[in-house]
Design a protein around this ligand. Structure first.
Ligand code: PRP
Ligand code: URA
Length: 209
């Protein structure tokens, strides 16, 4: 059964509120999103299973721990999700990477799929879907449906900022998925943007408009 985890951590909160500022430029925004992703990954991997292993230190033999065999994959939702991949790879460098391309139609706010390439054995992996913004929830809910259609069973979703509307949609459509949220914001505006939010995450990461 999934759950909603709002990460109440001062370092994370400081960094997220810093990049909300409109004067923060592309280079700094990108670097700090990477740091935020690293911190979020640390929290989101808290439940990973460990197994016993015998190891020899220079002093003696001991019963140690290592991560149990389950393989991991990271799946960014293009484009903005790409900004979170490097930070996560710093923590779990052996993870495979899949890509799901979705954009939000500016009129209907509905997600439009344009790309999907996943590791061949993704159904056997624990998958971390990443996207900085959970607004209406249309994009993340559609991405997770696509993964489930490919047989993926263990899914976690990481987003930097979420709106209550998106959280509700995810809870309704994917109650089995654990959702890790950096900060839960107030609401959506009439254009489907998160308030106070940080604007368009993709544009801020890639310097487009
Ligand atoms: C943004 C964001 C999410 C989506 C969130 O992507 O990165 O994918 O919107 O909104 P939703 O919860 O209402 O679906 P966008 O469609 O702007 O595409 P981009 O990443 O290519 O900029
Ligand atoms: N997508 C974004 O990038 N920002 C929002 O506030 C909502 C959707």
């Amino acid at each position: 059964m999934g759950g909603i985890h709002v990460m109440d951590h001062p370092l994370l909160r400081h960094k997220i509120d810093y990049i909300r500022r409109k004067e923060v430029g592309t280079k700094e925004f990108r670097e700090i999103i990477e740091e935020i992703s690293m911190l979020m990954c640390y929290e989101a991997t808290r439940e990973l299973k460990l197994e016993d292993v015998e190891i020899e230190t220079p002093i003696c033999t001991m019963q140690g721990k290592e991560l149990a065999g389950r393989k991991l994959a990271v799946v960014p939702i293009l484009r903005a999700g790409l900004g979170m991949v490097e930070g996560i790879l710093h923590m779990i460098p052996a993870a495979k990477i899949g890509h799901i391309g979705l954009y939000r139609d500016p009129e209907t706010l509905e997600p439009v799929e344009y790309y999907c390439k996943l590791p061949a054995d993704c159904d056997k992996r624990e998958v971390f879907v990443v996207d900085p913004m959970l607004a209406t929830g249309g994009s993340s809910a559609a991405a997770i449906t696509m993964l489930k259609e490919k047989g993926v069973k263990n899914i976690r979703f990481l987003c930097v900022i979420a709106a209550p509307e998106g959280v509700e949609k995810m809870k309704k459509e994917h109650p089995d998925v654990d959702i890790y949220i950096g900060v839960l914001d107030e609401k959506l505006n009439e254009h489907g943007y998160i308030v106070p939010g940080l604007g368009d995450a993709g544009d801020r990461i890639f310097g487009t408009k």
